[in-house]
Design a protein around this ligand. Structure first.
Ligand code: ASP
Length: 613
């Protein structure tokens, strides 16, 4: 028997017990003629005491860090206890030991605050994974997955696997492809998601499907992206949007309870995409704090329209505002006493290339009710007050105003809002705010090709009331400059995103399930009949055999874990992640393959001797 207990298990009540432990040597501390060794395994750390006799043996065969050690001995209550360690009340009086395996000196210390840099730790990820901090993250990941599985199982979802070697699935990224040796010149694509398969499972009558599954997307990697990532992927039959929302609110609530001990009983906030864009400047707002955006030129009207609201700033003769396509303001609470230096620093912040604005207008709404602004020359107290109040400012607040081209200014204001939220400590790590964003546009305009692309994916259904708009209008865009006036720009999707603390954690839709509408959709996206048949003939065919109404959602599992674990990086929650260039630095992959393999796969052809291929 290698061990009777684990290194995290022994307590005071085991005093006097004969035990065997096995684990890794974390530290060796010599005190004169005795030594203390911390022995670590997955479950914890236990202190070993090597008395005088054994210590001599240690001098002959010294133990290094990360040696694999087995010890026999007796549990003994410590006189000086360590309250920071679960096993800190005891130590092991070692009687005999055996070295099960040696280790070379590890390239970094295997401790919470390691001395290893990112690259080094990734290269030796198997050592990094021994660190408690990383282990905690993977334990959390396991807990989230288990909670999701339990919930879905309780609700009749069936875990069904779908293939990885498939044909392209359009989720808006490039495919990773795999050459087929048996079909020279042909390639499989790795799934960007199991989207079409889960829909086919609905056609097959499986009613409720889920899978915690790898998805592969070849896109330029941003900090929080991995070329292969994991989704909690779900699909249900005979459902409307409302059924999906309540089922998956339930799942997230269950995960919160099981993993974080949080009873999230409040109603999940709902917001239309339009509202999100107008009030927060992006489609995944962090609603842990307010600071909503006020548009000083026009106002949002709930049915998707907008009305002019220029009177707040018009006629003042301030060219920047007059000429700008849009002027957006946020009221930052309690910051009216910012110094000149502080507002200058903010101005520099918005001018950084990532934000890309020309400047920043500030209005201080002082505690005494007076207002002071960087554009006092143009705006009197009354005007300033009207602007401040329209933006929801109160005495003591600081208004920040950006002006310029619509899209850039909206993005910049959204970034500025998040930055101020962070600086003011309003984005609290332990506060969780869930939000559904609803009523996304069905289409997005792709300037390069002057055509429509699916905002979610081509299987998402339009809102029933918009189906006639889709059917009754030619998708072609006659005047690229006026694409916003095309009826397709108004069509709303039966789609929803779940947002947690400013991160999209899940997204899905009610699907199209009739062949004609699906064909219409493909046509709207500029696909010819032949192309649609070639790519999706299997799905169109399946829709002719009694496809039920269905819909689903997929959650970004890695990201959900990162947020629940209070981290910005999904890599910390993946056992073997890739770096920012999509490389696995431990394996050194991707790598070249030899010529023989390339020939076998039909990627290069065999040429006569001497000729280059
Ligand atoms: N397949 C979609 C995605 O990966 C999710 C869904 O529509 O269920 O975003």
């Amino acid at each position: 028997m290698y061990r009777t207990h684990t290194c995290g298990e022994l307590r005071k009540e085991h005093n006097g017990l004969e035990i065997v432990l096995a684990g890794w040597v974390q530290t060796v501390r010599k005190f004169g003629s005795i030594s203390f060794i911390d022995l670590r395994d997955r479950y914890g750390v236990t202190q070993l005491l090597f008395g005088e006799e054994l210590n001599k043996e240690l001098t002959e065969s010294p133990l290094g860090r990360e040696y694999v050690l087995q010890v026999r001995g007796t549990v003994s209550e410590r006189s000086s206890k360590n309250a920071n360690l679960a096993t800190g009340d005891i130590e092991i009086n070692v009687r005999s030991f055996s070295i099960l395996n040696k280790s070379v000196t590890p390239p970094f210390t295997i401790q919470d605050d390691t001395d290893g840099g990112d690259d080094l730790r990734m290269k030796y990820r198997y050592l990094d994974l021994r660190r408690q901090a990383v282990k905690k993250n993977l334990e959390l990941r396991y807990a989230v997955g288990r909670a999701a599985r339990n919930y879905l199982h309780e609700h009749q979802f069936m875990d069904l696997e779908t293939p990885f070697l498939i044909k392209s699935t359009p989720e808006g990224a490039r495919d990773f492809v795999v050459p087929s040796r048996m079909n020279p010149g042909q390639f499989y694509a790795l799934p960007q998601s199991p989207q079409t398969f889960k829909q086919l499972l609905m056609v097959s009558g499986y009613d409720r499907y889920y899978q915690i599954v790898k998805c592969f997307r070849d896109e330029d990697l941003r900090a929080d992206r991995q070329p292969e990532f994991t989704q909690i992927d779900c699909e249900m039959s005979f459902v409307e949007q409302e059924d999906i929302l309540s089922m998956f609110e339930g799942m997230i609530r269950h995960i919160f309870r099981e993993v974080k001990g949080i009873d999230y009983s409040e109603k999940v906030v709902r917001m239309t995409w339009e509202e999100a864009m107008w009030q927060y400047g992006n489609d995944k707002p962090d609603i842990r704090f307010g600071m909503k955006i006020l548009n000083l030129k026009s106002a949002f009207v709930a049915d998707g329209g907008q009305v002019a609201r220029g009177e707040l700033i018009a006629g003042a003769g301030f060219g920047v505002f007059d000429q700008a396509e849009t002027v957006l303001a946020i009221a930052v609470p309690g910051c009216s006493e910012y110094t000149r230096k502080q507002t200058d620093e903010l101005t520099e912040w918005v001018k950084r290339p990532q934000i890309g604005m020309q400047g920043l207008v500030t209005i201080r709404y002082n505690q005494d009710g007076s207002l002071k602004s960087s554009v006092d020359k143009f705006f009197g107290q009354d005007k300033l007050k009207a602007i401040a109040e329209a933006a929801g400012a109160e005495p003591g607040d600081l208004l920040l105003i950006l002006a310029g081209r619509e899209e850039r200014t909206r993005k910049a204001t959204s970034e500025l809002r998040l930055e101020m939220g962070k600086r003011l400590g309003l984005r609290r790590e332990n506060e969780f705010k869930l939000l559904w964003v609803l009523d996304f546009p069905l289409f997005e305009y792709a300037e390069e090709d002057n055509r429509w692309v699916a905002r979610h994916h081509p299987f998402t259904s339009p809102k029933p009331s918009d189906i006639p708009v889709m059917i009754g209008n030619d998708p072609r865009i006659a005047d690229a400059d006026k694409y916003l006036e095309h009826p397709y720009a108004r069509i709303k999707a039966n789609a929803y995103d779940m947002v947690l603390n400013g991160n999209e954690i899940g997204g899905g839709s009610i699907r199209i399930y009739q062949r004609e509408l699906q064909e219409r959709m493909f046509a709207a996206l500029g696909m010819s009949k032949e192309e649609a048949l070639h790519k999706f003939g299997f799905l169109l065919g399946a829709f002719e055999y009694g496809a039920p109404p269905h819909g689903g959602i997929a959650f970004g599992f890695d990201r959900l874990c990162a947020i629940l674990g209070g981290s910005e990086s999904i890599r910390d929650f993946i056992a073997f992640p890739k770096n920012n260039s999509g490389r696995d630095v431990m394996l050194d992959a991707p790598a070249t393959i030899d010529k023989k393999q390339l020939i076998e796969l039909g990627i290069i052809s065999i040429r006569p001797e001497g000729e280059q291929s």
